[in-house]
Each structure stands twice: as structure tokens, then as C-alpha cells.
Design a protein around this ligand. Structure first.
Ligand code: ADP
Ligand code: MG
Length: 386
């Protein structure tokens, strides 16, 4: 689960990771009120959306006076901000962070993330901060240093110094930086983060280190341990269909193809997406109704996929194990009755009670095409959307 920069900075404050003074604003009036509490100008007006690259997209601007705060807040609030991370449709800006402008001597990159390959927390840092780190990684990977932290040992003093030296920080900034990194690590572990990124981390002209940007991603599987963090969730920033699916415990991810698919089991869902692609079509979603889905869940899954305008056909691929084929078929019939299926549907069903399931579908008189196996299903669905 991602959170906004202003929320991440509140969390940073709670762990003594230095950030500029600032406050969130939901209106132009509030933006001016917040600016008045800061010590002078410049003040930075920052769009709050769950995507990076806001600066380049025109969502981060410096104001030299209260009039400029007003103009910028007016411009940025409500704008559709397009960055390399939002996709071409962009994101509507609904809140701003009004922050004290900092005197930047140097910008660095610093992040912590979970590295599954080495089962460790990796610290990544670079002297090339402020810019696209993806570009640095692609063109000059040697300019990014990586330090692995054993989660059982925790971060060690020598590792803090190792990163500080690699960033070639001045002597006076070494201790504050070590404290910052050690506090950031503490925050990371205590909140079950999957990623924390500061880009840029700045060095000021008086040798202070400050997090100028803040990105935090929590491990969603651990959120049940952090009720207070769940309150930071912003549904405005999530795909409405994905939010709807999460209410029914459906594992749904919206993709850009036009073949909707409903599958029981994540592995089977991956295989189904592969085979759709192999047949020359593109999946519109990942939808795993789960091994033990109820008829109601199947109905919700179909309703959600039908609500997606991209979807031109649906492939239903069910292996009846814990979820029996007859239960599944009932869900489909219910959904068809309530929502009306208005796109071609290909069904491949195997496993427990398959004959009962097929009979239920047949008796319902729905306009479904049945497939003998997964390969046949993929061919039929690809032919339909072509
Ligand atoms: P994004 O990564 O989404 O573009 P950032 O928060 O990194 O957004 O801001 C973009 C740039 O704006 C930063 O690299 C920095 O140069 C400048 N900036 C951001 N916040 C401040 C601030 N408080 N004071 C001065 N400059 C800032
Ligand atoms: Mg940034």
C-alpha cells in the first residue's frame, strides 16, 4: 500500500528523520494559511498523488510570495498531472503539500527495499540524486551503491558509515546522516515497509541532511498488524475496480488488454494469461477468485470484469477442486441474471462436479461457448476478439 508524500513525511518526523516544515492543504485558502505558518519564502507547492516525477510534470513549484502561493495552488489543485509513472491518462490532484523551501547544496538518492533474492534489506544510494534513478541504473549502474543488511543482525554502524562515505558527504554531515539512515531503517522494520525512497535527500549549505521527497510502500500482507497505517489508505489513488474487488477478497489486477478472464487459483491465472497471450490476444485483467470461492464471489468477479469497458470477451477457466464446478456455474448464472452478459464468453471447466456444472450452464440457456481444454479456450477467445 502506497501513501502520499505528506503522510510519509509525518511518519519520518515520528522517527526523527529530518524533513522540511510543511502541511497538507485541500484548498487554496488552506494553502495560504499553511504558507503563513512557515518562516518566509520561498515556499514549495507540491501536488500530492501516488506517483513520482511530479516535478518534471509541473506538479512541484516554488513560490516567492503569498500571491504566488495562491496562483500556484489554484493552478495545481484540480489539474490532471501526467508523469512517467501515472500513464498518459494522468491523475487528478486533490491535495497539496505546502512546504518550506530549502537551500540545496547537493541532491542524493537513498532508498531501502526488501530484496527477496538475498533475503535482506538492501540500502541503495547514489550521488546522482534528484533525477530518474531508473536512468542512472540503466546508464551508469556503478554510480549506485548497494549495501545488504541482514534483517536478523539489523543495520550496523560500519554500514551507516559505508553509505555516508560512498556519498562523499562532508565530515560535519556524517553523524547526522548516520542517524538519519539508522532511523529510516528502524521505521522500515517497525512498519513492515516494502520500500522507502528519498529522492532527493539533500545536503544544505550548512551541512544538514534533509529528506526533500518521501515515498513509502507498505507490505499489504502485514497491514493487519498496523491498524493506524490502514487509515492512511487513499482510495482516490487506487483503481476503482480494484478497490471494489478487494471488498470481496478477490485477487484482481486491472491490465490493458481486452480479454477479461476469471480463474480460480493464482498459478492457473498466470498460466491462463500466458496462454491468452500465446494465442495472440492480451489479457484485460488478472482475476483469481480463489480456491474456495462461493457462488457470490464468482458473481462479483464477473460483475467487476463486465464493468471494465476495455473487455471485449471473457475467458472463464475453472479447475474444480475446493471450488466445485456446480457452485461456480451457479455463480455465473446468478451474475448473468443480475448484470446481463453483453460480451462473448468462453468457458473451460474441469474437475469436481464438472458434469453438474455444465448442465447448470446449459439449462440456464446462456450464450456461452464451451472449450474442451485450455488450449482450445485460448484459440477460441483469440478468434473472438480478432
Ligand atoms: P518528484 O520526485 O515527484 O518530482 P520531489 O519532491 O522530488 O518530487 O520534487 C522535485 C524537485 O523539486 C526536487 O528534486 C527538488 O529539486 C525540488 N524541491 C522539492 N521540494 C523542495 C523544497 N522543499 N525546497 C526546495 N526544493 C524542493
Ligand atoms: Mg522525487
Amino acid at each position: 500500500m502506497k501513501i502520499h508524500e505528506y503522510q510519509a513525511k509525518d511518519l519520518f518526523r515520528a522517527y526523527d528523520v529530518p524533513v522540511p516544515d510543511g502541511n497538507v492543504a485541500f484548498s487554496v485558502d488552506e494553502a495560504k494559511k499553511n504558507a503563513a505558518t512557515l518562516r518566509g519564502f520561498p515556499v514549495v507547492v507540491k501536488a500530492q498523488i501516488h506517483a513520482g516525477g511530479r516535478g518534471k510534470g509541473g506538479g512541484v513549484k516554488l513560490a516567492a510570495s503569498m500571491e504566488e502561493v495562491e496562483t500556484l495552488a489554484n493552478d495545481i489543485l484540480g489539474m490532471t498531472l501526467v508523469t512517467h509513472q501515472t500513464g498518459p491518462q494522468g491523475r487528478c490532484v486533490k491535495k497539496l503539500l505546502i512546504e518550506a523551501g530549502q537551500n540545496i547544496a547537493k541532491e542524493f538518492y537513498l532508498s531501502l527495499l526488501v530484496d527477496r533474492a538475498t533475503a535482506s534489506i538492501v540500502i541503495m544510494a547514489s550521488r546522482d540524486g534528484g533525477m530518474d534513478i531508473e536512468e542512472v541504473a540503466a546508464k551508469t549502474p556503478e554510480r549506485i551503491i548497494k549495501v545488504q543488511v541482514d534483517p536478523l543482525m539489523g543495520i550496523q554502524g560500519y554500514q551507516l558509515r559505508q553509505v555516508g562515505f560512498a556519498l562523499e558527504l562532508p565530515g560535519a554531515a556524517m553523524k547526522p546522516f548516520s542517524q538519519l539512515l539508522s532511523n529510516l531503517y528502524r521505521l522500515f522494520i517497525a512498519n513492515d515497509c516494502s520500500m522507502v525512497e528519498i529522492n532527493p535527500l539533500i545536503l544544505t549549505s550548512d551541512d544538514k541532511v534533509i529528506a526533500l521527497d518521501a515515498k513509502v510502500d507498505f507490505d499489504s500482507n502485514a497491514l493487519y498488524r498496523h491498524k493506524e497505517l490502514m487509515e492512511l489508505r487513499d482510495l482516490d489513488e487506487e483503481d476503482p475496480l480494484e478497490v471494489e474487488a478487494s471488498k470481496y477478497n478477490l485477487n484482481y489486477i486491472n491490465l490493458d488488454g481486452n480479454v477479461g478472464n476469471i480463474v480460480n487459483g493464482a498459478g492457473l491465472a498466470m498460466a491462463t494469461m500466458d496462454i491468452i497471450k500465446n494465442a495472440g490476444a492480451t489479457p484485460a485483467n488478472f482475476m483469481d477468485v480463489g480456491g474456495g470461492a462461493s457462488a457470490e464471489q464468482v458473481e462479483n468477479a464477473l460483475r467487476i470484469i463486465l464493468a471494465d469497458e476495455k473487455v471485449k470477451a471473457i475467458l472463464i477457466n475453472i479447475f474444480g477442486g475446493i471450488l466445485r464446478c456446480d457452485i461456480f456455474a451457479q455463480g455465473i448464472v446468478e451474475a448473468a441474471r443480475k448484470t446481463g452478459i453483453n460480451v462473448p464468453v468462453v468457458v473451460r471447466m474441469e474437475g469436481t462436479n464438472v458434469d453438474e456444472g455444465k448442465k447448470i450452464l446449459k439449462d440456464a440457456g446462456l450464450n456461452l461457448t464451451s472449450a474442451v481444454d485450455l488450449f482450445d479456450a485460448a484459440q477460441k477467445i483469440a478468434a473472438t476478439v480478432k
